[in-house]
Design a protein around this ligand. Structure first.
Ligand SMILES: [Zn+2]
Length: 101
């Protein structure tokens, strides 16, 4: 993996990684896309909880982040909804590119 220099390329890298995982699970399980989407959302929730738990214990992490479950979940939901509305349909190419890989 190349080092990422800003939040845009970090976002692109995260997009690519999750798309690959999504397509793998879709192919392997033959579940409907929306069920696989829900699994991805649940996995993100589990990752949030694991990282947040690490930041609640004393000396867990020096970065200073203080998890706020209510505000954080609201921020994640808002990011999800805003992105779905913002991405043009042409972005389906990302999925087709992964499908060919
Ligand atoms: Zn931290």
């Amino acid at each position: 993996m190349q080092p990422v220099s800003d939040s845009e390329s970090a976002g692109a890298e995260m997009h690519r990684s999750i798309m690959i995982a999504f397509c793998d699970v879709l192919r392997a399980t033959k579940l409907p896309p929306m069920e696989v989407m829900s699994l991805a959302a649940s996995a993100l929730g589990a990752i949030y909880k694991e990282v947040a738990d690490q930041h609640r214990s004393d000396g867990g992490c020096p970065c200073g982040w203080k998890p706020d479950l209510h505000a954080d979940v609201e921020a994640l939901q808002a990011a999800l909804a805003a992105t779905i509305r913002a991405i043009p349909p042409a972005d389906l190419r990302a999925m087709q590119a992964v499908g060919r890989a």
